[in-house]
Design a protein around this ligand. Structure first.
Ligand SMILES: Cc1cc2nc3c(=O)[nH]c(=O)nc-3n(C[C@H](O)[C@H](O)[C@H](O)COP(=O)(O)O)c2cc1C
Ligand code: SF4
Length: 415
């Protein structure tokens, strides 16, 4: 496992100070070298780490092209995904790396204003960033980057608050619900200005690429997509956040976290917006956004959750469906009614009280709801459901038709 973002002191040692950050990583290059940063990000092949995996250089170029010096940069540290912890760990331990990335982005796209958008539940991360901003205001900014007025904004705890149009809506109007797109934030975002919304991990990678170059960035990684990524691993003996070379296999992470490879139980990859993959297929999968997409899996927000054989996959899926239905911003009919219907039917099947056609309807909804909301909540939720229906097919059928849970050795799931 290569440590880059997380090289240096342990992440449990608290926030790195500005002096320690500069002593360890050195200063940023001067303005003339930084002028090529967008091209360097392109050459590095850096992809966004907030979930969608969009090419970073292309996004900075689009904002820069329309900004006319009036852009806004929003660093997305909402991290509402329940299985992800990587962004809060990064912000709490390496705040200056995130701020370097934010200020570099502001310079590159021509922004006069920046927003640090940090979930209100991430208190340690917020405190670290506040202290880091104060240190920079009192001292020297790395690379003598131009000072960008930066506001720290804290959205309420919510899965949706991190979606980019919801983030812009909250900053503009205090309402953390998605808005219809277009216009997308890069066209018209905070205060109506072209806005670069970028995940905090992505910004931290950009800060290292600015220092060491795209060739250095590409030295790490074993797959098509180069570099390293932060992942949040759960379900084994050693849960936690770690940095891996892209291309590291799920099996290697299983070994790291003390999950026996012989178990080969299903793995949830990407997060609640991701995919459930059967153990036999998951173990060999490289953690690489592009390769995973080709395999029908999702890298998403870097979540790797070993589900184990002891838990009932139908019950786990029903819990996630309920959480997602509860997360709906209640603006689009197919999302409000569709996700609630999915959650209720899943709960009935999980608890052994299915209606006659529940499983058939779940199969239908898993294919028909995508693309019918203003945001991608229905798409992500039904994609996860579809993979659960496939991976746990025997269990869903057993619950539906025999009211028996195979995980609990044939126990009836109704009294
Ligand atoms: C429902 C939903 C929730 C999201 N939550 C987050 C989040 O908490 N943090 C984040 O960085 N991106 C989140 N995203 C992705 C953002 O919309 C956006 O694509 C991302 O912040 C862009 O940064 P990146 O290109 O660096 O990944 C979410 C997307 C959706 C559809
Ligand atoms: S799809 Fe759902 S969560 Fe997204 S905007 Fe519509 S109602 Fe809100």
């Amino acid at each position: 496992m290569t440590a880059r973002l997380l090289s240096g002191p342990s992440t449990t040692a608290g926030a790195e100070t500005l002096a320690d950050h500069l002593a360890r990583l050195g200063d940023l290059p001067g303005r003339a070298d930084r002028a090529h940063l967008i091209a360097m990000l392109d050459a590095a092949g850096l992809l966004g780490r907030g979930g969608a995996g969009f090419p970073v250089g292309r996004k900075w170029g689009s904002v820069a092209g329309r900004a006319k010096g009036e852009a806004v940069v929003l660093a997305n540290g909402a991290e509402g995904e329940p299985l992800s912890h990587k962004d809060r760990v990064l912000m709490a331990s390496r705040p200056h790396l995130v701020l370097d990335g934010l200020e570099l982005a502001a310079e590159a796209v021509g922004a006069r204003r920046a927003v640090l958008y940090v979930g209100s539940e991430h208190a340690e991360a917020r405190a670290a960033l506040e202290r880091a901003l104060a240190e920079r205001a009192a001292g020297r900014t790395p690379g003598r980057l131009p000072r960008v007025p930066t506001t720290l904004v804290t959205p309420p705890v919510s899965y949706l608050a991190g979606e980019e149009s919801a983030a812009v809506h909250f900053v503009n109007a205090g309402d953390p619900r998605p808005t219809t797109v277009p216009p997308r934030p890069y066209e018209k975002g905070v205060a109506g200005r072209p806005t670069l919304v970028q995940n905090v991990e992505t910004l931290a990678h950009a800060a290292l690429i600015a220092r060491y170059g795209d060739a250095w960035y590409r030295e790490a990684g074993r797959a098509e997509t180069r570099g390293t990524a932060l992942v949040t691993v759960s379900g084994g003996m050693r849960p936690g956040v770690l940095e891996v070379d892209l291309g590291t296999t799920v099996g290697e992470l299983a070994e790291w976290s003390g999950v026996s490879a012989s178990v080969g139980s299903p793995v949830l990859l990407g997060g609640y917006f991701g995919t459930i993959v059967a153990g036999a297929n998951a173990w060999r999968l490289p953690l690489d956004p592009v390769a995973m997409r080709c395999d029908g899996a999702a890298f998403g927000a870097g979540v790797v959750a070993f589900l184990g054989d002891e838990a009932c996959g139908v019950a786990t899926t029903a819990r996630i469906m309920d959480y997602m239905a509860g997360s709906s911003a209640a603006q689009c009919g197919p999302c409000v009614f569709g996700l609630r219907a999915i959650a209720d039917a899943s709960a009935r099947v999980a608890t052994g009280q299915p209606h006659q056609d529940d499983l058939a309807r779940l199969r239908g909804w898993s294919q028909s709801l995508a693309g019918r909301g203003a945001c991608r909540l229905p798409d992500g939720t039904t994609a996860l459901l579809a993979t659960s229906l496939r991976v746990y097919e025997a269990d869903w059928t057993s619950h539906q038709h025999h009211r028996r849970c195979s995980v609990r050795q044939g126990a009836r799931v109704v009294q």
